[in-house]
Design a protein around this ligand. Structure first.
Ligand code: GLU
Ligand code: MG
Length: 428
């Protein structure tokens, strides 16, 4: 293992934080075989570092963090900093069987259920916006900003490529000090693993380059938000695209339309998983190009579920590019649970008896479409009231989500929006 002196085995929790345990490199074979110790109550840690008082697990119980070898990334030694080999882990019981509250396991089982019911696989990609603090002011989308971020930018692309994360684009974004990194689409579990890893690799490299990266949904009440847009497509067992049907509205296939119906129907409760911080809903308002309402729309950047364009330059085939983009998520959410909840919602739409959603044409006025919850409190209320969403995950996982998020709200009670935004930004 060149330049790597120790390993770290990690999970991502309900606060979207990556936590775990380290071991010397010499212990790697044993850790790969039997994992490292972990504790159920760790799932009840909030973004502010304490365990939620309503934690259902308490002081008992033991788990293993069992590394998945396919997630291995080597962060190279750099200056004074030693290299590190990082693994993402499944949380298991001490005998190695899956723990029912493991977020990564929840995604696996959602994907398996979708496959069993429909024969379809999910291909996904997470698109991340973030703010790089420590650079001079610069214009949106400018070459200046792109250059100001070097050598960080060039080093980031190399690091992500070396780690197998397949970076696709790296761009100066619209907001102050804002950038965006996109990764190639991949099988859903791999895509969610990449999202967990990408945030950590960005933050780690920024620190080593004297900068600080923040994935917080907002930095100022009136500022531009940073979203995590989740691109989804479905493919059959021959890898043929299943969302594209040029004969239908929006060219969205019947199964794609039903998948979308489930996402729209459960949108309120979904956001309790996908945008779960006390400030996430300040971003999810009209005129921010985040989400202006609960609708499925062609190309509209304020749709909850956006049908993405399929450029045909140089004869590119639209069917393989065609995908739906879920825009109501941010980096305070757990990527495995974000995708698990979306897949469960889509599956509920496919197997349930929901009305087909309107596919809003690109330039239609969408006035009057339903609104998303206006606050985390409302989203948690929607989660407790939506029995379908309540059936998707182990009840202790749902109880822990509610406990963690309610405690995060309590932490920030009485603060102004600007103060709450600052507190959340410090954690992300
Ligand atoms: N920054 C916007 C958001 O909060 C997204 C802008 C874009 O379409 O890239 O989601
Ligand atoms: Mg963007």
């Amino acid at each position: 293992m060149t330049g790597v002196s120790d390993i770290f085995v990690a999970t991502c929790d309900l606060a979207g934080q990556v936590r775990g345990r380290g071991a010397p490199a010499t212990a790697e074979p044993g850790v790969l075989a039997s994992g490292t110790g972990w504790v159920p109550a760790n799932l009840a840690l909030t973004a502010f570092g304490d365990i939620a008082p309503d934690d259902v697990f308490g002081s008992t119980g033991d788990l293993r963090l069992l590394p998945d070898p396919s997630t291995r990334v080597d962060i190279p030694a750099d200056g004074e900093r030693p290299g590190l080999r990082l693994y993402l882990a499944d949380q298991t019981l001490p005998d190695g069987t899956g723990w029912a509250c493991c977020p990564r396991g929840a995604l696996r089982s959602a994907l398996a259920d979708l496959r069993e019911a429909t024969g379809l696989r999910v291909v996904a990609s997470f698109e991340h916006e973030f703010v790089l603090r420590g650079l001079p002011p610069s214009a949106p989308f400018s070459l200046r900003r792109h250059r100001d971020a070097d050598p960080f930018g060039a080093d980031l692309l190399r690091l992500l490529a070396d780690c197998g994360l397949e970076p696709e684009t790296w761009l100066p974004e619209y907001g102050e000090h804002q950038f965006e990194i996109t990764l190639a689409p991949a099988d859903a579990l791999v895509a969610a693993d990449r999202a967990v890893l990408a945030r950590e690799l960005v933050r780690d490299l920024a620190l080593r380059r004297g900068l600080s990266a923040s994935f917080a949904p907002l930095h100022h009440p009136d500022g531009t938000g940073s979203g995590v847009h989740v691109h989804l497509s479905l493919v059959d067992d021959q890898d043929a695209p299943a969302l594209f049907d040029p004969s239908r509205p929006g060219r969205l296939s019947e199964i794609g339309c039903r998948f979308g119906a489930g996402v729209l129907r459960h949108a309120g409760a979904l956001t309790a998983w996908t945008a779960p911080s006390p400030v996430s809903f300040l971003r999810l308002t009209p005129h921010r190009w985040s989400v202006g309402g609960v609708f499925l729309g062609e190309h509209n950047r304020e749709a909850l579920l956006r049908i993405c364009p399929t450029p045909t330059v140089a004869g590119a085939d639209p069917a393989g590019q065609y995908n739906l983009e879920y825009r109501a998520s941010d980096a305070t959410a757990n990527p495995w649970l974000t995708l698990a909840a979306l897949v469960r919602a889509g599956l509920a739409g496919i197997t349930g008896d929901y009305p087909d959603p309107v596919v809003w044409p690109e330039r239609a006025s969408v006035a009057g479409v339903p609104a998303l919850p206006a606050s985390l409190d409302e989203a948690l209320g929607a989660l407790t009231e939506d029995a379908v969403v309540g059936s998707w995950f182990d009840e202790r996982l749902i109880a822990t989500q509610l406990a963690v998020k309610r405690h995060e709200l309590a932490h920030l009670a009485g603060l102004t929006s600007a103060e709450r935004i600052r507190r959340v930004a410090d954690a992300y």
